[in-house]
Design a protein around this ligand. Sequence first.
Ligand code: GLN
Length: 485
Amino acid sequence: MLENLTLKEASDGLRAKKIKPSELLNDNLERLKNVNTELNIYLTETAEIAKNQASEADLRQEKGNFLSLLDGIPGALKDIVNTKGIRSTSASKILENFIPPYNATVAQKLFDAGLVLTGKTNTDEFACGGTTEFSAFGVTKNPWDKERVAGGSSGGSAAAVASRTCQYAIGTDTGGSIRQPASFCGISGLKVTYGRVSRSGVTAMASSLDTVGPMARTVEDLAMVMEVIAGTDINDSTTPKIDVPKYTELLNQDLKGLKIGIPREYFTEKLDDENRQIIQNALKEYEKMGAVLKEINLPATKYAVAIYYIISPAELSANLARFDGIRYGLKPEGNVDDIADQYYKTRNQGFGPEVKRRILTGNYVLSAGYFDAYYKKALKIRTLIKQDFENAFKDVDVIMCPVTLSSAYKIGAKNDDVLSMYLEDAFTIPASMAGVPSLSIPCGFNSENLPIGLQIIGPQFSEDKILNIGHQFQLMTDWHKKSAI
Ligand code: GLN
């Protein structure tokens, strides 16, 4: 039963000595055992490591010297977060047996805070995708409906939390990969401001867009994780020296007079009707709390998906060039003729079809003849998207809109039409392009009993503000309390 506790409840229970870390872990592992075979959430389970970590936390509890509010609490890491001595695959065959020699900063910070690691979660290969169907190790199923995808690419982390195998999980979001699976699985997820959380040791997808962030059942839980993982890191020069607020102490601000921008471009006819209605009901809830709604325009939104699929493959192709079959990772089967053949065979055998498609696109848009026409132009349009947000935030405090066009779709539904899958990211990519923080919280269920998410976007480094706004909603509603299992 203890697996049903939120992170905050578990933390309070541990501090009051009502429960022990090892008891909490046992219940989580029991659940994990029951669901993982069917849902394919974890690529590597780390029960033995977790048991040791929990017994150490038991001792700290006895002595009354917990390391942090997260100490002794089970959590999971997306498998692109590298962990020392623990297999980290990025859901790719090319790294199937890779055991990293060091921890990613985010993993190290969490271990130092007393993380009890339940395991490494499934993802699309190198985080390229929106369903986890592009994982080399099979799709993760949605705990609300096993015929549907959990979303992606952090689908494993979302399903791990939604099926209550751990109290929180770490995901990454480059174009929507925390917010969309959070929305599909009925949990809360935060894409942070670019640079707020260190990317060091997290396998790079598109370096100018990648962010690392928390996923949990409640916004309050996200705030607790953020206090541990946010901040500057000597190993990641994109993490500025900006103080990390005490997020958990800023969750009590009332919303009277809050100006909420509603972007016209996000409420197009492509938006599912039920989804639209559910979002509108959520906005009414905010009006009841004293907020004021204002329609706004984000005119460059229409270019976002197109330029994302130029910029992100360009960066991906450069990042994945390190997988050459020589330094580490897969060694190709059979004889190789020469170095070029070695590269060819490694990549041909090691990368899946979606990653190959993106490497080809990336090389194409970066090649001499097309660089100006595609890549440079895309960067210019990216600036327009950024300016859209800067202009909007002169008039409103935050922006609210849907996370996705629809709820979780059936496994295989978009297999023959990858473009329609790409277009599904239309509402999450713009905030990624602008580098601004964005929260996804459950705000209702459709007639098929599938969760729908509300997206709350704020200016750079306003995580404290959007977390408070999300938390106030969860004080008034109970969508986040519904259980998939
Ligand atoms: N679904 C998007 C893609 O396929 C986003 C991925 C991500 O955020 N990692 O690129």
